[in-house]
Write a protein that binds this ligand. Structure first.
Ligand SMILES: Cc1ncc(COP(=O)(O)O)c(C=O)c1O
Length: 382
């Protein structure tokens, strides 16, 4: 027996991380702590993948681990809804006051799908415009196996182009249930794009959903909404919310969230309380250690270094992309990105060749200096 497709998280397939050309790259891991990963090849790696952004405090953060052990000792799950659910909801509302009511889920894809369902119920409409990645489920996917009729309900909304975004929203007309966007796609959102989304969705009566699965707790505790000051109707959280424990959430105004009573959204494991306890400890640690400030400072140092490296190798066409909290190098072609990622791994550095790498509370100047020196040295030979 083995794993179909090598791994259950597609983006951790070695071909995606490093390309197909080099079989010396690490395949599977044993443990991780801080920003160091120990792989089955017996080596330690300095990591900037950070579980695809699921970890912002560093792997195995002691304050989260303590809360998790205590939740395990309390029994993990039971027949009744745990008080942890309610406590976490009010702690989230303290950092994101626009979340009057929330629902919890195990995966980001599930949470965004729930937000879209709530929007469809509230509006009685079926069309969706999306921007960015929102998970693998049918409503937003054009992968093999998705029915054509389902695909027809979803369209792409251009990022950071206010004029074309307005056109797309107007063209969808009164069948548009919602616009769901990642607030950051390779760069920060422009004020006029965010304002256009807010104004146009309100004008047509569609729900505006911010998929803050990568941006919440990173660009600010309150994510893009806090940082750029435009408030959506629904917010989706995931990844860093529980520092790697499986938890996601949808939240928004009370009346809109109460639409859950007019449909069926439920999952048995949504109320196991290990992840809820992990999230409570994570949110507390985020506040105590001012994690977004650290991510911005250390991320700015990393991004500036990537920009310096990019200018040193103009012939290679390499460019620094992203924002301090989530960035990467874009290469002239796929083959080059694979050579660089594999050569970095050979030198003990896990640095994603596509969007995004993430800094964490565990990354310091020495870690970033080491990554930049490795990238510089590798690019000189690739
Ligand atoms: C913005 C965004 N939305 C949704 C998802 C899907 O989350 P999950 O993989 O937890 O289902 C991801 C995952 O990368 C994401 O980055």
């Amino acid at each position: 027996m083995t794993i179909a497709g090598f791994t259950s998280t597609g983006s951790k397939h070695p071909d995606l991380l490093f390309g197909t050309g080099d079989d010396r790259v690490p395949q599977r891991m044993v443990r991780a702590r801080g920003c160091i990963v120990h792989a089955t090849d017996g080596r330690d790696y300095l990591d900037f993948v950070m579980a695809l952004g699921a970890v912002a405090l560093g792997y195995g953060h002691p304050e989260v681990d303590r809360a998790v052990i205590e939740a395990v000792e309390r029994g993990t799950i039971g027949p009744l809804s745990p008080e942890d659910e309610l406590l976490l909801a009010s702690e989230l509302a303290a950092v994101m006051p626009w979340l009057e009511k929330v629902r919890f889920f195990k995966t980001g894809a599930e949470a965004v799908a729930a937000a879209v369902r709530i929007a469809r119920v509230a509006t009685g409409r079926d069309r969706v415009l999306g921007c960015g990645y929102h998970g693998w489920l049918d409503w937003c996917s054009d992968a093999n196996g998705v029915p054509i009729a389902t695909r027809a309900l979803y369209g792409a909304l251009p990022f950071n182009d206010a004029g074309r975004a307005v056109d797309a929203i107007r063209n969808a007309g009164d069948r548009l249930a919602c616009v769901v966007v990642e607030p950051v796609v390779d760069e920060a959102p422009s004020a006029d794009w965010l304002a256009a989304l807010r104004t146009e969705t309100a004008r047509t009566g569609a729900v505006l959903i911010f998929d803050e699965i990568k941006t919440a707790f990173r660009v600010a505790l309150g994510g893009a909404t806090e940082k750029w000051g435009v408030q959506p109707d629904l917010t989706v959280l995931g990844k860093a919310l529980a520092n790697g424990y499986p938890l996601a959430a949808v939240g928004g105004g009370g009346a809109l969230m109460d639409r859950v009573d007019q449909t069926w959204i439920s999952s048995t494991m949504a109320t196991e309380f290990v992840s809820l306890a992990a999230a409570r400890a994570t949110v507390a640690a985020m506040r105590t250690h001012d994690v977004p400030r650290h991510l911005h400072d250390i991320g700015s140092y990393l991004l500036a270094g990537l920009q310096r490296i990019a200018t040193r190798y103009p012939a290679s066409g390499v460019r620094a992309m992203g924002i301090p909290e989530m960035c990467y190098l874009r290469y002239a072609n796929e083959a080059m990105s694979e050579r660089v990622a594999a050569a970095c791994a050979a030198q003990g550095l896990l640095f994603k060749r596509t969007a995004y790498n993430f800094v964490s509370l565990a990354h310091d100047v020495a870690a970033v200096d080491r990554a930049l020196a490795t990238l510089d040295q590798v690019l000189a030979t690739c």
